[in-house]
Design a protein around this ligand. Structure first.
Ligand code: NAI
Length: 333
């Protein structure tokens, strides 16, 4: 009987994401929390004739606690989006504090919930949530996920475009690994379910890779000061949440790229670390889901020299982003 909660539910991502969760038949109860407008958003969505019960909460009168009570899955799109010229890391100072406070609420009220972090920079906000949960002695790495699905969605769409057949997009599957900003995003086109054309030039592959890594910039630029990706992100977030809900529901064999703590893997992600040639606390790889969350982190498998170079370029930045998140919650800093 999953209860889903959206924190930041009145925002550009939060509203359409809440709509898609209201439409998901696996959700039986939906709670919306934000610092503004949630009663209105909840009233609007409450008229939709799907099975779930919905309620909106604001901070007064313990709103966060009420929203989180009994939560099975908490999705966090709270925070500020990027404006032109801002990097995801520029967002850090504002969003880090927001995410820390919401994570404290989760630790106190729904410590067993699956937590899906959308707020950027994901490379750092996921470690922040983990550190807060650790401070409250309720951290279960199997239940914490950074949502990188938008990168996967973009990669699939762009491959279908390159194949000249947009109708293929729903069936194209491209693993995207690493992290979730700029060069830390590593699409593995060599493992695409639908290979790129044989005559695809190296320069085309580079351009396609850059487009996935910086696809968010296209949207930020086109929105011209009105924010970053919201609708595509809501779709991607709902897709990821739907997979988690199916796994909670007992479905097996679901594997999906997501940014996780490597201790969520039964062997501590040893196989992956060996492939990467580096110790790392967090990484986005293909993860097999079970009813308790991460059941296994899959190794990368066969990759090309080009992809190896991309990973080598990603790792130092990823490590810096992780440190930034971890040290944000360290009291002495
Ligand atoms: P938005 O500004 O439209 O919405 C954010 C919402 O968070 C607002 O309604 C705001 O009131 C709320 N909020 C702020 N502080 C809060 C708090 N303490 N508690 C609860 N709610 C709070 O922003 P948008 O476009 O929805 O983006 C949200 C976040 O998602 C940003 O950090 C953005 O960078 C990130 N994002 C992540 C992506 C991903 O692929 N993971 C893709 C696109 C955006």
């Amino acid at each position: 009987m999953p209860k889903a909660v959206v924190l930041g539910a009145a925002g550009g991502i939060g509203q359409p994401l809440s709509l898609l969760l209201k439409a998901n038949p696996l959700v039986t109860e939906l709670s919306l929390f934000d610092i503004v407008n949630t009663p209105g958003v909840a009233a609007d969505l409450s008229h939709i004739n799907t099975q779930s019960k919905i309620e909106g909460f604001l901070p007064p009168d313990d709103g966060l606690k009420k929203a989180l009570t009994g939560a099975d899955i908490v999705v966090i799109p709270a925070g500020v989006p990027r404006k032109p010229g801002m990097t995801r890391d520029d967002l850090f100072k504002i969003n880090a504090g927001i995410v820390r406070d919401l994570a404290t609420g989760i630790a106190l009220t729904s410590p067993k919930a699956f937590v899906l972090v959308i707020s950027n920079p994901v490379n750092s906000t996921v470690p922040i949530v983990a550190e807060v949960l650790k401070q409250h002695s309720v951290f279960d790495p199997k239940r914490l996920f950074g949502v990188t699905t938008l990168d996967v969605v973009r990669a699939s769409t762009f491959v279908a475009e390159k194949l000249g057949d947009p109708s293929l997009a729903p069936s194209v599957s491209v693993p995207v690994i690493g992290g979730h900003s700029g060069v830390t995003i590593v699409p593995l086109f060599s493992q695409s379910s639908h290979p790129l054309p044989a005559n695809f030039a190296a320069s085309d592959l580079e351009a396609l890779t850059t487009r996935v890594q910086f696809g968010g910039d296209e949207v930020v630029k086109a929105k011209d000061g009105a924010g970053s990706a919201t609708l595509s992100m809501a779709y991607a977030g709902a897709e990821f949440a739907a997979k988690i809900l199916r796994a909670i529901n007992g479905e097996t064999g679901i594997a999906v790229p997501t940014y996780v703590n490597l201790t969520s893997d039964p062997s501590g992600g040893e196989a992956l670390k060996k492939e990467l040639g580096r110790e790392l606390e967090y990484f986005s790889s293909i993860v097999e889901l079970g009813s308790s969350g991460v059941s296994k982190i899959l190794p990368l498998g066969k990759i090309t020299e080009f992809e190896k170079k991309l990973i080598d370029a990603a790792l130092p930045e990823l490590a810096t982003n992780i440190d930034k998140g971890v040290s944000f919650t360290t009291p002495s800093k």
